[in-house]
Design a protein around this ligand. Sequence first.
Ligand SMILES: Cc1ncc(COP(=O)(O)O)c(C=O)c1O
Length: 395
Amino acid sequence: MSPRDPIRPAVLNQPRNGIGDVAKLALGNPDVIPLWFGETDLVTPQFISEAAKKALDQGRTFYTFANGVPALRQAIIDFTQRFTGVELALNRVTVPGSAMLGVSLALQCLIETGDNIIVVAPIWPNIFMSIQALGGHSKFVHLKRDHGQGSWSLDLDKVKATCDGRTKAIFVASPGNPSGWVMARDEQAALLDFARSRGIAIIADEVYGTLVYEGKHAPSFLQIATEEDNLFTINSFSKAWAMTGWRIGWVVGPKRLYASLAQLSAVANTGATTFAQYGALAALEQGDEFIQFIVERCRKGREIVDGFVKSNNRLSWAKPQGAFYGFVEIDGLADSFEFAKSLVQNHKVGVAPGSAFGPGGADPIYDRYIRLCFGQDAKRLSGALDRLASGVRQL
Ligand SMILES: Cc1ncc(COP(=O)(O)O)c(C=O)c1O
């Protein structure tokens, strides 16, 4: 008899990350214009880096509070108040490290092996990969794209019908990655009511909350929930302050889980990197103007992609209401992964394959799509789109 395999099947059977597999082909190659990841081409603003450097010089190199330094948590509360009008209690905020780690901690609070999470798709693959890694299943509910209206929409009845006795949470990212869809306040209220009635939690991924093209913040679940609700909101410094490499974000959890989230944060990473937290503090204290700047830059990028899509009758998209992605459908495209690879190799432009954003990382629904990040310098973006156009011509 051969000995048993000690490695969990969930790990052995992990789905591939289609975005990473494409990016691996040319990461760091200066000849390729990369639009594959969720980041702009902006370096972190200097005032943020200076604050982190100062923290290093001041010897802030020790362990600190596992749920984040108090000054940063207070600044998160002030930011939330400024942008959403919500007054949070200090002990509801945890800064574990990246937003992705925050997602993972929220899921750890919920999943027992065999449970499922409803995931509104298309969705960034790391979300369903982490559900799978923790022994859960994702049950996908797909946004519907109305080609006439040019928008995505969520059918709440479908969400309700997909929940079963083992559903622990509904994961919804708004503004969405890659769709740019923004969930309306009344839809959030209806979803929250349903979740309350069924004992199901909500994980609201609001990492693109300030990257909206109308108003200064997308509707937040925090604006309608109480601190007793089983609501986890996830936020990040990565996007609005151009800090993707810093790996820092935050979670707002239900009041009763204050100590639990701090403890899970301690177990995962002993909290976020100490000196990075001082950079993040500067972002919140002095960075509102930078947010306006990045939104305007993305708005320009969105218009450039809109013009590009409209000028080519094989392309279409739902013009995004938030975030900084073009999720573009290409008539005649059947294998987005192979196409994305050929774009890198033959046309020197990097995009993410649409198939990465659905079930198992390989959903035929999205195989007609590619995702690109338009939060880029206008000239560079236009150059990248010219390369994409030549790839589409050869398809
Ligand atoms: C929807 C969504 N949630 C979470 C994250 C993770 O953010 P972070 O860089 O802080 O881990 C991303 C990053 O692309 C994202 O798109």
